[in-house]
Ligand binder design. Structure first.
Ligand code: NI
Length: 323
């Protein structure tokens, strides 16, 4: 199982659009993951967001709790303290779902200011001046990256380039700053805590900015239960397909299970793993979108595996299970 590293510049500058799109789709089909370098943001822009993230998480707990993520329900904005979020894999069928050990991370979620269904929950401006403006600016820069990726995906599926764009106006996305505090290796080994337990993403696609610590793993779709490392590649993002793309593609592109564990080969000094920072950006279709298998992914020989589903209905069900 190998996750390809694709130079996205060849798509952005138009020099090899179709070939780049094909490479991306090929990697997603076999693993659900692909690395993109030259994806459209500079190292400085990305580093600046990591700097904001570090400043935010180093604030005192009481300050961070001035923007509390609601304890339950489907409103996912603001600050979640360590172990607040339960990561649950909601089953497609059947009636039981699994609860993993508590996830030892803190996070801060930002959405579009135009999303009336989930208003942002901000710290008072004086607690971290400039943070709100910087996060919103980064959010919309990521949406520009998303639009280019969606164009490439459409081409890769043999659709016209703008096919996915009408469903992804950017208002339903989520920028999440994550901090995995330094933790005793032993507590991960004994399963008392996790960094992030296995789950699939309930969106169209996610791209992830990660620091150099590592620990992300993806399940091999051909060998359930076998997880493979997705190590950090400098100056690149990790792109993965979510549940909606899997449904749209009639299972030709999997939404693969992934998790965050102790980085392989990491010598834990004094038994402690170092902090890890990551920034995922979740790209989701509008709530009113009905997802039906896209043309070209089904035929009389390969019928549709899914009934059309409304994004709103599906998301509320999954979101509500996570807190
Ligand atoms: Ni994920």
């Amino acid at each position: 199982m190998s996750i390809q590293i694709v130079d996205f510049a060849c798509f952005l500058d138009g020099s090899a659009k179709r070939q780049t799109a094909d490479q991306i789709i090929a990697s997603l089909r076999s693993t659900g993951f692909v690395y993109l370098r030259n994806f459209g943001l500079s190292n400085e822009e990305v580093q600046m967001m990591f700097d904001w993230s570090k400043r935010l998480f180093s604030l005192p707990h009481e300050t961070k709790m001035l923007a509390p993520h609601p304890e339950s329900g489907t409103h996912h904005r603001g600050y979640s303290y360590p172990c607040q979020e339960k990561v649950i894999q909601y089953p497609e069928s059947g009636n039981s779902f699994t609860v993993a050990p508590p996830s030892m991370k803190e996070s801060f979620e930002v959405g579009s200011e135009d999303d009336d269904s989930m208003p942002n929950i901000w710290l008072p401006e004086s607690a971290l001046p400039g943070f709100k403006e910087a996060s919103l600016a980064f959010y919309w820069k990521c949406h520009e990256v998303e639009k280019n990726i969606l164009r490439a995906l459409a081409l890769g599926f043999g659709l016209e380039e703008k096919w996915f764009l009408r469903y992804h106006e950017g208002t339903d996305n989520q920028l999440r700053l994550q901090h995995y505090p330094s933790i005793a290796l032993e507590s991960l080994k004994t399963n008392k805590l996790t960094r992030m337990s296995g789950h699939t993403d309930f969106d169209t696609l996610t791209f992830l900015f990660q620091d150099s610590i590592g620990g992300l793993e993806v399940e091999d779709p051909n060998q359930p239960g076998r997880f493979v490392a997705v190590p950090p590649v400098p100056n690149s993002i990790v792109l993965n397909s979510g549940d909606f793309l899997q449904r749209w593609s009639n299972d030709t592109v999997p939404s693969t299970m992934h998790r965050v564990v102790a980085p392989p080969g990491m010598v834990a000094e004094g038994g402690m793993l170092p902090d890890r920072y990551s920034i995922p950006y979740f790209c989701a279709p509008g709530m009113s979108t009905i997802i039906d298998c896209i043309p070209g992914t089904w035929s009389t020989d390969q019928p549709k595996k899914y009934e059309p589903v409304s994004v709103g209905e599906y998301s509320v069900k999954r979101f509500a299970a996570n807190y």
